[in-house]
Design a protein around this ligand. Structure first.
Ligand SMILES: NC(=O)c1ccc[n+]([C@@H]2O[C@H](COP(=O)([O-])OP(=O)(O)OC[C@H]3O[C@@H](n4cnc5c(N)ncnc54)[C@H](OP(=O)(O)O)[C@@H]3O)[C@@H](O)[C@H]2O)c1
Length: 322
């Protein structure tokens, strides 16, 4: 089958190891099913995989791609794939399983004509969502959903700040936060991206690092080192940073004095559970909210999308159609 895969890790030039070519058709073991992929979206995770971050060297070659929508070939159903693969015996919150992985870390990923997943990892795709929209949900949108609605403690009327407004998780957080009734502020590195944040629903947008009109209740962090200090300083006493990523590096000065003196909380968040993904899908189906898709590309052109992501040249999600 056709697939986009990382042939070998390359920390400095992630696209050097990318191949779009033939890979063996997968064979689903007992309890697993084969999904014929219709669409899959790009995540920063794909660049980490190509760099060799979060994956062991012996796992290469690895088909990249964390999330997908397609046809479950064992039932004929239209499905969304939940990317968090828990161990067989695990019961409960899959994100807390010490042995859990995302597709493309141990098991082959979704940028392919077919992907195999445990049968419990597929959910019905509502007809109201296009293939491309459904393909955006399992990673970036699910992560934003859990950050906002499980981890942040935000209540309608409170203020949240989204750092790095143009990213997949960040655009999802802006749109979900606005739909939920929060006051949404965002930062971005360019005026065009600040304008895009306003178009997506942010009430105000600021240059990265700008002094804010007042302090906020919650910061939604995926940028890491480049914005961390600003995130800590942006919080009201008792405020909370919810962090799920460190695109610019994981080594920020912790600002411990400010954290204890102002009684701030730093809360980690990763992906989301299958029930949370089902709730997200239902929210989109019933609210009419839809992921902002920057562009769709054929699988053969996935390199162009990954290059745009590496350069920060995107607003929202890039989708590959298979
Ligand atoms: N823990 C989890 O479960 C989980 C799930 C999803 C994602 N993540 C992580 O979250 C991060 C974002 O993922 P994504 O897929 O949303 O990535 P993405 O679409 O590539 O977005 C990258 C973001 O980084 C910002 N950025 C990059 N360099 C910057 C800099 N020097 N200064 C300020 N902002 C900068 C961009 O903001 P601008 O708008 O300013 O350009 C953009 O919002 C990644 O590190 C990813 O691995 C983690």
């Amino acid at each position: 089958m056709r697939a986009a895969y990382a042939s070998a890790p390359n920390p400095d030039d992630p696209l050097a190891g990318l191949v779009v070519g033939e890979r063996p058709d997968p064979v689903a073991p007992d309890g697993w099913t084969t999904v014929a992929v219709k669409a899959a979206s790009l995540n920063h995770h794909d660049l980490w995989t190509l760099r060799g971050v979060g994956i062991r060297a012996e796992q290469f070659p690895m088909i990249i791609g964390c999330d997908a929508a397609g046809i479950d070939t064992s039932t004929g159903d239209e499905v969304v794939v939940h990317s968090v693969i828990a161990s067989d015996a695990w019961d409960g919150d899959e994100t807390l399983d010490p042995k859990r992985s995302l597709l493309s870390e141990i098991h082959q990923g979704t940028f392919a004509e077919q992907v195999i997943v445990p049968k419990r990892n597929v959910l019905p795709k509502p007809v109201e969502l296009s293939w491309a929209e459904a393909a955006c949900l399992s990673t970036a949108w699910l992560t934003a959903y859990r950050m906002l609605f499980v981890k942040s403690g935000l209540r309608p009327g409170q203020t949240m700040l989204v750092q790095g407004a143009s990213g997949g998780v960040a655009t999802a957080a802006i749109m979900l936060g606005r739909a939920a009734g929060y006051r949404v502020w965002a930062t971005a590195r360019t005026e065009a991206k600040q304008a895009a944040a306003l178009d997506l629903g942010a009430h105000q947008a600021f240059p990265s690092g700008a002094r804010l009109p007042e302090r906020v209740d919650v910061v939604i962090e995926t940028v890491g080192q480049a914005t961390w200090s600003h995130s800590v300083k942006a919080l009201k006493p008792g405020g909370r940073i919810v962090t799920s990523g460190a695109t610019t590096g994981p080594g920020p000065a912790a600002e411990l004095n400010r954290i204890f003196f102002l009684q701030l909380s730093v809360v980690g968040s990763t992906m989301g559970t299958k029930p949370e993904l089902a709730q997200l899908i239902a929210f989109l189906r019933d609210s009419g909210l839809r992921p902002h898709i920057d562009r769709t590309l054929p699988l053969e052109s996935v390199r162009d999308g990954l290059a745009a992501m590496a350069a920060g040249d995107l607003i929202g999600k890039i989708v590959v159609e298979v």
